[in-house]
Design a protein around this ligand. Structure first.
Ligand SMILES: Cc1cc2nc3c(=O)[nH]c(=O)nc-3n(C[C@H](O)[C@H](O)[C@H](O)COP(=O)(O)OP(=O)(O)OC[C@H]3O[C@@H](n4cnc5c(N)ncnc54)[C@H](O)[C@@H]3O)c2cc1C
Length: 598
């Protein structure tokens, strides 16, 4: 059976020692009083909830899956899910970072980020039920009418109801401009929605008394394409003005998908049969309103893979210390045993360190992003809010695509550490691989994230936001450029930053002449950008570790951090050279292939 220990020490290192979050919060009136002890205490309890309540349901939920009663259209989640959810609500966990005006605890996003990383490690399928509610909360909070907010936000914040996002239809996933679900205005100001959605996560279940669906649909006179999409709130049960539940609405589950992973989460086909809904935001501006939810969800999906990378690493490490096979190439290590533990073998260590470096680098990036989110929304200085928002927008596709691709690499590597046993269900390793796989697909595939990064976020503004991130790198280089001990980290970072500028300009020029050049290079570019960001955070983590060691701190944690940083720079970062080379080879070998793909 797999095990999970919440990585609280590493979270504390990133939050308090690298980013000094409580110092940053002093400049944000809303969080000025938050102290380290409060953050750590909440996360310690959160870690217990993840490890003791939802983690034990991970394998059983995968084996049992969800069931649909075709007569009532009701879905039952796997055994124990409902009880765990009740405990989650009772503990006040849904409200952590929500607005106190609606019953939230108003804690910084960084707390919720770390809590959700642990929930994802423990049980991604279960975590998606409350996880989707957070996106619905954000979208309604930003774009809902006062009446919608008053009626729905307190229930989402308390966790009494959950939320969904209903975008995808059978013929349209990436290209939402094709969607057909209709919304007809009614005399009372509401709308009647008709259509079919598919692949709706947490779309139906028995864990709460109501479900708040956020649905994209078209008004009768809507323009074609993505400019004619509006957003609607469609509850499973209609809600009276006093918040009590009324009649069953015409929105129900027509079927459940049978899928590769996240079996414990209901992926529902949703039928809208004249369902009653209300408009969220302005008519035909639904995509903009939904983007609030999608951006939150994109960071959330990166966090899912971060969680799986961590838990897969922990289990592979324990196994590698225990499993005896062959002797070390450099001489017997465990003389009292018939063979050495496999952790002595260089390639096993490489697999373990790959997962560790991706987990810890990903954690730094994810925590940094949520710190920026708090600044974007709550900092008193308008320039700080604007700059923070721009950098979050730049980093969001990187969190989504780089962390989920890394999750794929890491969970596979950790399964490989188990040899044949990794392929056998009872060890739990193959489930981490299967569960992670969807993270590269939903919320916009990683290809679409790459196009968003290179096409829109970077070339779209002539690299202006990339330069903002570049300034952070330049500041670190200026600070540490003369420190010999930091040279092994600063030199490759500076080299890559310089290469990246040239690489981006070159792709911009080629893309201007032939847009397929951008499409051909985007996925490689994404990984290079991801590594640039990771190299920066790994250098900062190494900097703190070196400072602590120099100050005489004997905690082995800092030595481990430094060793992992060295591994990252030596073995993972050099991938960027190959990626830049393949990107530079251009679009021709892809596009002039009519015969090859005939
Ligand atoms: C388990 C699961 C849960 C999901 N949960 C939800 C949910 O809660 N709500 C919801 O609305 N949806 C959900 N989805 C849907 C998911 O977001 C879509 O599957 C995803 O966005 C891709 O759309 P698609 O499947 O239609 O693929 P398509 O859009 O048909 O894409 C097929 C392939 O073509 C590529 N492609 C498409 N366009 C381009 C382009 N311009 N350039 C390069 N490549 C391109 C894609 O990257 C992909 O590889 C879920 C899906 C699954 C499987």
């Amino acid at each position: 059976m797999p095990q999970y220990n919440p990585p609280l020490r590493d979270m504390q290192f990133v939050m308090h020692e690298v980013f000094k979050v409580t110092d940053e919060f002093k400049a944000i009136p809303k969080h000025a009083d938050i102290d380290r002890e409060t953050i750590d205490a909440v996360l310690e309890e959160g870690g217990k909830f993840a490890a003791e309540v939802t983690f034990p349901l991970n394998i059983s939920g995968d084996e049992e899956g969800c069931t649909l009663d075709r007569k009532t259209h009701e879905v039952t989640a796997p055994k124990g899910f409902k009880q765990a959810y009740a405990q989650y609500v009772e503990g006040g966990w849904p409200a952590l970072s929500c607005d106190p005006e609606y019953g939230g605890q108003g804690l910084p996003f960084v707390v919720n980020q770390c809590f959700y990383e642990m929930l994802n490690s423990a049980n991604q399928a279960w975590t998606m039920y409350p996880g989707l509610s957070h996106g619905a909360y954000e979208a309604l909070h930003a774009h809902g009418t006062e009446a919608q907010k008053k009626l729905y936000l307190p229930k989402l914040v308390s966790g009494e109801w959950t939320g969904t996002m209903c975008l995808t239809e059978p013929h349209c996933g990436t290209d939402l401009g094709l969607l057909r679900t209709k919304a007809e205005p009614q005399p009372d100001g509401s709308y009647k929605l008709t259509g079919n959605k598919i692949f709706i996560s947490a779309g139906e279940h028995d864990m709460t008394s109501n479900i708040v669906h956020l649905v994209l649909a078209r008004l009768p006179d809507a323009p074609q394409g993505s400019k004619g999409i509006s957003l609607f709130l469609v509850p499973k049960f209609n809600v009276a003005e006093d918040g009590s539940l009324g009649t069953r609405n015409g929105i129900y589950c027509g079927g459940l998908e049978h899928k590769m992973g996240i079996h414990g989460n209901a992926t529902a086909q949703i039928v809208l049969d004249g369902a009653s809904g209300t408009l969220v935001g302005a008519p035909n501006k639904g995509l903009a309103a939904m983007f609030v939810m999608m951006n939150a969800a994109r960071l959330g999906v990166g966090n899912q893979s971060l969680g799986l990378t961590e838990v897969a690493y922990q289990n592979a490490l324990a196994y590698a210390k225990d499993r005896l096979q062959m002797r070390s190439l450099s001489g017997v290590k465990a003389k009292d045993k018939p063979a050495d533990p496999i952790i002595v073998h260089p390639d096993v260590r490489k697999m373990l360190l790959t997962a560790k470096a991706y987990a810890e680098g990903g954690r730094a990036l994810a925590i940094y992003c949520t710190l920026l989110l708090d600044k974007e929304l709550h900092h008193p200085d308008e320039k700080v809010r604007k700059d923070s928002g721009e950098v979050v927008a730049l980093l969001t596709p990187i969190v989504k695509a780089f962390l989920t691709d890394n999750g794929h690499i890491a969970t596979n590597a950790c399964m490989q550490v188990f040899g044949g046993h990794g392929f056998i269900k009872e060890w739990g390793m193959e489930q981490f691989v299967r569960d992670n796989r969807i993270n590269m697909i939903y919320e916009g595939t990683n290809t679409i994230q790459s196009l968003d990064l290179l096409g829109r976020k970077i070339l779209g503004n002539n690299g202006a936001t990339l330069k903002k991130f570049g300034k952070l790198i330049a500041a670190l280089i200026a600070e540490e450029g003369v420190n010999e001990k930091m040279a092994e980290f600063i030199n490759p970072l500076a080299y890559l930053a310089d290469q990246m500028t040239k690489f981006t300009t070159e792709l911009g020029f080629k893309g201007f002449q032939n847009p397929d050049e951008v499409g051909a290079a985007a996925v490689d570019y994404m990984r290079v950008a991801g590594h640039l960001v990771f190299a920066y955070f790994w250098a900062r983590m190494a900097q703190v570790a070196l400072q602590q060691i120099a100050a005489g701190n004997t905690d082995r944690f800092y030595v481990a951090k430094l060793q992992t940083a060295r591994f990252y720079f030596a073995k993972l970062l050099p991938e960027t050279a190959t990626l830049m080379r393949t990107a530079r080879s251009g679009a021709r070998s892809l596009m002039e292939t009519e015969e090859a793909l005939a």
